[in-house]
Design a protein around this ligand. Structure first.
Ligand code: G6Q
Length: 550
């Protein structure tokens, strides 16, 4: 297979980029009202179908020419070659010299994907089988705690990529979760999180899953030590640890040192990035909650979207189209953010999940050659579930001075039996996309009897772009396709921008500085502070508040 086109050409020098710049000048003021009036089929034409998902991108400020040029840009940037390189295990995470193979986590049994000449799919299924056996033991009550009681409470301790996916997935699929069991997630090193998660639980019925790829993360190791003490204090025996802790990690040595038998460790590999790991063993809490069969469906959804991304021409490829539209607004319209609005209460943590996925992946300031980029990279990702956001920040999207492209995600079939409420919910998502696109003119308002003094304030200019993603129902399979949709969307953006979407060096500096500050906060004697005057003063103030010497 050909090496991926890790082109040294800057994206801004690509012929399609230049053509898009010229094209932007022509269409930047064209209203969506006009685009829809000129083409009555627009709302059915500018759509694409993926596995279980329907994407309507007609309410974007694009023409056929825009889409043609964006696809051309993707081709010139080598998006397809890089995608193929990812799928066959090439080390496209160049700063860490690692393959990027989250797609192998959901590859069907028997598929072969090699890293350094070794098939990884067999290993993936070995771990999945071990997870399934363990989940079944916990769910059936066969796995007993130290005092002989079955496990009723599962607490995942982990942060970042070892937390956001499990919590998001648990809430998304909570209707399928075993109602006799309680699931909680502790991430923050703030002790309040641990206390809140455990204050009403019986230690003898509680299992901790220590989820940490490295098994060195300060927050997770601190909470793990607290959990260990909580169990040992309550059950009055060190040996209780074996029955109340399992680990998900790549660091067998660290896990052993903690006192967990590595037989109760679920492994994964360096080719799984933290934020791409919710379908690795990091998903153990999800599997215990919904059962191995539903977890299998979740993986099947991921795989469906992987196959769609891998095989569908870019013109009809959902993640590629969404990624290219983000590039369009980010690099040509100068939009700074993308709003993610799932119209489903169960998807309330999806925006936070995508925030990490996208901002950690594409928040980069140098290109693959290490040169400072002279083009914008990843946008700010944010969002809240609908309809809550409508009564909060949508005002600014409708009438503010910033262009905020939004993704609206809706599910046709309700999860609750309250179907009337579901019609209201869906009416709102459709209405918001309509209002943002078409707005309301002064003339229309006047014709409706708006008083003159109010009219300018009530005008909605419209021309605010949205994607609408529709699925039939929020099932495990749908959730898998949605997450993979955004994974590959992020991939497409990163490939266009020529950045490494799979490292995250930017988070290191703060960790190092925190390690230096910890003893300066804790010490009994007054510390010799050698920071800047702001940090020194803040440290002194903190110490003073706690009655420590300065
Ligand atoms: C994700 C990041 C980061 C990571 C956490 C937790 O891509 O690498 O969010 O997941 O820092 O790391 P550990 O799993 O090693 O504790």
């Amino acid at each position: 297979m050909a090496e991926p086109k890790m082109t040294t050409l800057r994206p801004t020098d690509a012929p399609a980029w230049k053509a898009l710049q010229a094209h932007y000048e022509k269409i930047k003021d064209v209203p969506l009202r006009q685009l829809f009036a000129d083409d009555p089929q627009r709302g059915t034409r500018l759509t694409a179908e993926g596995p279980g998902l329907y994407l309507d991108y007609s309410k974007n400020r694009v023409t056929d020419e825009t889409m043609r040029l964006l696809v051309q840009l993707a081709r010139e940037r080598g998006v397809e070659e890089r995608r193929d390189a990812m799928f066959c295990g090439k080390k496209i995470n160049i700063t860490e010299k690692r393959a990027v193979l989250h797609i192998a986590l959901r590859a069907p049994r028997g598929t072969r994907i090699e890293v350094d000449g070794k098939d990884v799919v067999a290993d993936v299924h070995e771990v999945l089988d071990k997870m399934a056996a363990f989940s079944n033991r916990v769910r059936s009550g066969e796995w007993k705690g130290h005092t002989g009681k079955a496990i009723k409470n599962v607490i995942n301790i982990g942060i970042g990529g070892s937390y956001l996916g499990p919590e998001m997935a648990y809430i998304a699929l909570r209707d399928l979760s075993d109602p006799k069991m309680t699931f909680r997630f502790v991430a923050n090193v703030d002790g309040a999180a641990f206390v809140d998660a455990t204050h009403d639980l019986d230690a003898s019925e509680t299992l901790f899953i220590l989820s940490s790829k490295t098994f060195t993360t300060l927050e997770t190791m601190t909470n793990a030590a607290t959990a260990r003490k909580w169990i040992v204090d309550a059950l009055k025996n060190d040996s209780a640890v074996a029955k109340h802790f399992v680990a998900v990690s790549t660091n067998a040595e660290g896990v052993s040192k903690f006192g967990i038998d590595t037989a109760n460790m679920f492994g994964f590999w360096d080719w799984v990035g933290g934020r791409y790991s919710m379908d690795s063993a990091i998903g153990l809490s999800t599997m215990i909650a919904v059962g191995p069969k539903n977890y299998e469906d979740l993986l099947a959804g991921f795989h469906d979207m992987d196959e769609h991304f891998r095989t569908t021409p870019l013109e009809k490829n959902l993640p590629a189209l969404m990624g290219l539209l983000t590039v369009w607004y980010n690099n040509f319209f100068g939009a700074q953010t993308v709003g993610i609005m799932p119209y489903a209460d169960n998807m309330k943590r999806f925006p936070a999940y995508l925030q990490q996925l996208q901002m950690e992946s594409n928040g980069k300031h140098v290109d693959l050659e290490g040169n400072h980029v002279e083009w914008q990279t990843g946008p700010i990702i944010w969002g809240e579930p609908g309809t809550d956001g409508q009564h909060s920040f949508y005002q600014l999207i409708h009438q503010g001075t910033k262009l905020i492209p939004c993704d609206f995600i809706g599910f046709c079939q309700p999860l609750s039996p309250l179907t009337v409420q579901h019609d209201y919910l869906m009416a709102n998502v459709l209405a918001q996309a309509e209002a943002l696109a078409f707005g309301k003119t002064a003339e229309e308002l006047k014709a409706e009897g708006s008083p003159d003094f109010q009219t300018p304030f009530r005008v909605c200019e419209g021309n605010r772009p949205t994607n609408t993603v529709l699925a039939d129902k929020l099932t495990p399979r749908t959730l898998g396709t949605l997450v993979a949709l955004y994974e590959h969307n992020v991939f497409t953006q990163g490939a266009v921008w020529n950045i490494d979407s799979f490292d995250q060096w930017g988070v290191e500096l703060g960790k190092v500085l925190a390690k230096r500050i910890i003893p300066e906060l804790e010490s009994e004697a007054a510390p010799q502070l050698k920071h800047d005057s702001s940090t020194n003063t803040l440290i002194s103030r903190y110490r003073k508040s706690l009655g420590r010497k300065n």
